[in-house]
Design a protein around this ligand. Structure first.
Ligand code: BES
Ligand code: ZN
Length: 659
C-alpha cells in the first residue's frame, strides 16, 4: 500500500462528510469518517474488501420488503473513499441479485460478481468512475484520495441467510407475516451490497417500503411517521449518523407496537406480547443509568428493544438503538434480564469500540459479559451478580475440560491456524469475563474502571484489537512494574489456551446452599422441598440442574419432576435444563413437552443441545430425526446449520447437509 488512507485522511474527511450532505449528529467525533486499522492483527480474512484501496463510508438504502417473494430489493447508494487513482472497489456479496451499477449520474459502471467461496459469499467488484481531473485534496505531498458515489440496483435472494421470513403461524398473532435480519457475523452481505467487515465502519440511512399495517424497525433512528406510498404500502425512514460496522445494520418488520419505558427507552413487540415484554424489561432505564455511571456516556441517543417471535436464533443481538431479543427470556420475574444488560453493554463494548477482525471475539463478547455482570450488580445486587459469575466460571471450567486445556479453541484471541468461528463460546464470553474480573481484582476496581472508561472513550466509533487493548493496559496501568505485569499474566489470558492459574474464583458462598443440596441428592437421594426450591433464585435453580449427577434413572427423573415441578416452570432457562437432562437419560414422559418446545422455539442455545441430547442414545436418535423432520424448516439458517451437523441430517437426495 502506498499510504494508509485511514489516519492521513482525518482532517480532509471532515470536509468530505460536510459536503456529502450527511445529517448532523450528536457525537464526539461529529462529521469524521472512522479510521480503519492496517496492522496485521487487525486483518479480517472473511471479507473480500481491500479497504486500503477503496472503502465504503456511507450507505443510502432505498428498499422494498416483499413478503410473497421473500426478498428485499431496491437501490443502495454508496459513498466510496478511494486511494489515489484506485480503479475499482471490492464489496462483499452472498447471493445478491444485481441488476445494474451506475455512477450518480446514471452512467453504467462495469461490475463483476466473482466465484462463490463456501461460507463467505462472493467478491463484488465495481469499476470506479474514471478519476476526476480535479482530484481530491492533497493529503500529504503527492498523495491524493478521491470520493465516488455509486448506485447498486439489486435484490436479496429468497434464501438469504441474513433474513428470516416467518409465516403468520410463526408469530404470536398468527395473522401477519414477520421478517427480521441477523447480520452478525457475515450475513449482511446477503442483503446489503457493501464491505461487510467489522473494521470498516459506515454511516447509513434508509427508506423502507412495507405493506400496511406492518411496522418496520431498524438499528437506526426513525425519522417521523411512516408516509403512505401507493396502495396499501407505507415508507419508513431511518438514519444512523454514527459510523458502525455493517453487521450492526438490522431490520425487522411485523405487526408490532411500541410501549414506552422511559425518556430514552421503549420496547416493540406483537400486541399479544407487548404487556409481558414491557413488564419484563422494566429495569431498562436503571440499567442505562448504571452503564453510564460505570463506564461513561451512552452515545446512541435512544435505547429501544424489539421482542421477536421465538424463531429468533439468538438470545439477543445488540443492534444499535434497537436491541433484538428472543421472547424466551421472558420469565415474569426479570430473572433472565442479564440478557438485556448484556445487549445494552454492547453499546460500549462492541458497538462503540469494535473488534477489527472476528479473531478478537472476546473484545466484543468477553468485555460485554464482564460489563453485563457489573450492570447486574448495580441493578440487582451483589449476590445475584456473584451467582451469575459463578455460573460463567463453571461454564468455563467445564468447557475447557471438555475440549482439553491445550486446545486452540480455548484461546481468547483466535490462533493463526484456527477459524475465527471455531473459537468456543466459553472461551470468548466466560473466559473474557473471568479475565477482566481477574484484572479488576489485581488492579483494584476504581483504577480499573477509570481505565476501561477511557478505553471506550478514546476508541469511540473505532475498530480495536487485542494488541491495542493490552498495550493500553500496560501503558496506563502497569508501566514498568514488573511484578504487577507478572501477576496479571495478560498474554497467557489472551493468547494462551486453558485457564490461567491466577483466575479469579467466584465466592464459594454464592451457591453454598445449592451445592450442599446437590451433594445431599447425590449421596442420599434427598431432594429439596418445593418451598425451598421456589425460594431459590433462577441462578440457583440452574446451578442445581447443571450440577446433578450425569446418570439418572427414569424413577429418579419422575421424582425430580414431581417434587420440583420442573415441567411447569415459567423460566425457559430452567425448563431447557430439565428437558436436556431428561432427554439425555431417555426419559419418555419428557418427549412430548420437548417436542412442543422444539416446534416453537428456534433459539440455537436451546434447540441444538436438545437435539444433541437425543442424538446421544439409540433411544433418542429416531426421536430426534422424527422431530427435526417436522421442525427443521421453521428454524433460522444458523440453528438449522448447527442441528444439521449434529444429526448429520440427510436431504431427500441423500446428501448430508453438514459442512
Ligand atoms: N452479539 C451476540 C450474538 C452473536 C454473536 C451473534 C456472534 C452472531 C455471532 C449477542 O450479544 C450475544 O452475545 N447474545 C447472547 C446473549 C447472552 C450471552 C446473554 C445469546 O444470544 O445467547
Ligand atoms: Zn454479546
Amino acid at each position: 500500500m502506498r499510504f494508509n488512507v485511514s489516519f492521513l485522511l482525518a482532517p480532509f474527511l471532515f470536509l468530505l462528510a460536510g459536503c456529502g450532505g450527511l445529517v448532523s449528529q450528536d457525537t464526539a467525533k461529529q462529521g469524521e469518517i472512522a479510521p480503519i486499522l492496517t496492522s496485521e492483527e487487525a486483518f479480517d480474512d472473511q471479507t473480500f474488501a481491500k479497504p486500503q484501496e477503496a472503502r465504503v463510508t456511507h450507505i443510502d438504502m432505498d428498499l422494498a420488503l416483499d413478503f410473497d417473494e421473500k426478498t428485499i430489493g431496491g437501490t443502495a447508494t454508496l459513498d466510496v473513499l478511494a486511494a489515489d487513482l484506485a480503479s475499482e472497489i471490492i464489496l462483499d456479496s452472498n447471493g445478491l441479485r444485481v441488476s445494474a451499477v451506475t455512477d450518480e449520474a446514471g452512467n453504467a459502471l462495469k461490475f463483476d460478481l466473482g466465484e462463490t467461496v463456501e461460507g463467505k459469499g462472493e467478491p463484488f467488484t465495481i469499476q470506479l468512475p474514471a478519476q476526476k481531473l480535479e482530484r481530491g485534496a492533497e493529503l500529504a505531498e503527492g498523495e491524493f484520495a478521491a470520493t465516488h458515489r455509486i448506485v447498486v440496483e439489486y435484490m436479496s435472494a429468497p434464501q438469504a441467510e441474513a433474513l428470516q421470513w416467518l409465516s403468520p403461524e410463526q408469530t404470536a398473532g398468527g395473522t401477519h407475516p414477520f421478517v427480521f435480519s441477523q447480520g452478525q457475523a457475515i450475513n449482511n452481505r446477503a442483503w446489503i451490497p457493501t464491505q461487510d467487515s467489522p473494521g470498516i465502519r459506515q454511516t447509513w440511512q434508509a427508506v423502507i417500503s412495507a405493506p400496511e399495517p406492518l411496522n418496520v424497525v431498524m438499528s437506526g433512528v426513525i425519522q417521523g411517521d411512516p408516509e403512505p406510498e401507493g396502495e396499501n404500502r407505507h415508507n419508513f425512514r431511518f438514519v444512523m449518523n454514527n459510523p458502525v460496522p455493517p453487521y450492526l445494520i438490522a431490520i425487522a418488520a411485523g405487526n408490532i407496537q411500541f410501549s414506552e419505558l422511559g425518556p430514552r427507552s421503549g420496547v416493540w413487540a406483537e400486541p399479544e406480547v407487548i404487556e409481558a415484554a414491557a413488564q419484563e424489561v422494566g429495569d431498562t432505564e436503571e440499567m442505562i443509568d448504571a452503564g453510564i455511571a460505570l463506564f461513561g456516556d451512552y452515545r446512541w441517543g435512544r435505547y429501544d428493544m424489539i421482542i421477536l417471535p421465538p424463531a429468533f436464533p439468538y438470545g439477543g443481538m445488540e443492534n444499535p438503538v434497537m436491541t433484538f431479543l428472543t421472547p424466551t427470556f421472558i420469565a415474569g420475574d426479570r430473572s433472565n434480564n442479564g440478557l438485556v444488560a448484556h445487549e445494552l453493554a454492547h453499546s460500549w463494548s462492541g458497538n462503540l469500540t469494535t473488534y477489527s477482525s472476528w479473531r478478537d471475539g472476546w473484545l466484543n463478547e468477553g468485555v460485554t459479559s464482564y460489563f453485563e455482570n457489573r450492570i447486574v450488580e448495580e441493578v440487582y445486587g451483589k449476590e445475584r451478580a456473584e451467582q451469575e459469575y459463578a455460573l460463567s466460571y463453571a461454564g468455563l471450567v467445564d468447557g475447557i475440560q471438555e475440549v482439553g486445556s491445550d486446545s486452540p479453541v480455548t484461546a481468547m484471541r483466535t490462533p493463526d491456524a484456527t477459524s475465527p468461528f471455531d473459537t468456543k463460546g466459553f472461551a470468548i464470553y466466560d473466559k473474557g469475563t473471568v479475565f477482566l474480573r481477574t484484572v479488576e481484582n489485581i488492579i483494584g476496581r476504581k483504577k480499573f474502571d477509570t481505565w476501561l472508561t477511557q478505553w471506550f472513550d478514546s476508541h469511540a466509533f473505532e475498530p480495536v484489537t487485542s494488541e491495542m487493548f493490552l498495550a493500553d493496559l500496560r501503558k496506563k496501568l502497569i508501566g514498568d512494574d514488573a511484578e504487577l505485569e507478572k501477576r496479571l499474566m495478560l498474554d497467557a489470558w489472551v493468547y494462551g489456551t486453558g485457564l490461567p492459574e491466577n483466575a479469579w474464583k467466584p465466592d464459594s458462598k454464592a451457591f453454598a446452599e445449592v451445592d450442599s443440596a446437590v451433594a445431599a441428592y447425590a449421596n442420599v437421594g434427598t431432594l429439596p422441598d418445593i418451598e425451598v426450591w421456589r425460594d431459590w433464585t433462577a441462578a440457583e435453580q440452574r446451578r442445581f440442574l447443571e450440577e446433578l449427577p450425569q446418570d439418572l434413572s427414569n424413577e429418579q427423573l419422575a421424582a425430580l419432576n414431581a417434587t420440583l415441578e420442573l415441567s411447569q416452570t415459567g423460566n425457559n432457562e430452567v425448563l431447557f435444563l430439565w428437558l436436556e437432562v431428561a432427554l439425555r437419560n431417555e426419559y419418555g414422559p419428557a418427549v412430548q413437552q420437548a417436542e412442543r418446545f422444539l416446534a416453537k422455539v428456534g433459539r440455537n442455545k436451546f434447540v441444538s443441545p436438545l437435539f444433541t441430547a437425543l442424538n446421544e442414545t439409540e433411544w433418542g436418535k429416531p426421536i430426534a430425526q422424527r422431530i427435526y423432520a417436522e421442525t427443521r424448516s421453521s428454524y433460522h439458517a444458523y440453528t438449522r446449520g448447527n442441528v444439521d451437523k449434529t444429526l448429520l441430517f440427510k436431504t431427500s437426495a441423500g446428501t448430508a447437509l453438514s459442512d
